[in-house]
Unconditional design. Structure first.
Length: 107
């Protein structure tokens, strides 16, 4: 139940940034690489050369994936949503902004 609500919250935040909810799949890549990395590390010690090569390969392959994860984190938690309506609907802060910032009347 908690995971479903967290996914829903992330998709709503992505929509606030004018991005599709499918971008959420990119966030799962580091965890898939981590599971593969742990699987390789748990391999038997018989063929240490093959395991060592796989460890180095997974280590270097995981660096760009973690960079994508960091970009995703910044997109979700650090940047402001789009101002005004976007393709997913109206700006949820627009009604609050109208109440806080009264219109200036000029002669």
């Amino acid at each position: 139940m908690l995971i479903a609500s967290f996914i829903s919250l992330e998709v709503r935040r992505l929509h606030d940034r004018n991005k599709s909810g499918w971008w959420l799949l990119l966030q799962s890549l580091p965890f898939v690489v981590l599971i593969a990395f742990l699987y390789v590390l748990s391999g038997s010690g018989d063929d240490s050369t093959k395991t060592g090569f796989a460890q180095h390969l997974l280590t270097w392959a995981s660096l760009p994936i973690w960079a994508v994860f960091l970009w995703f984190f910044v997109q979700l938690f650090c940047l402001r949503g789009t101002v005004g309506p976007n393709r997913f609907g109206p700006d949820p802060l627009e009604s609050n902004r109208a109440q806080i910032e009264p219109e200036v009347v000029r002669d």
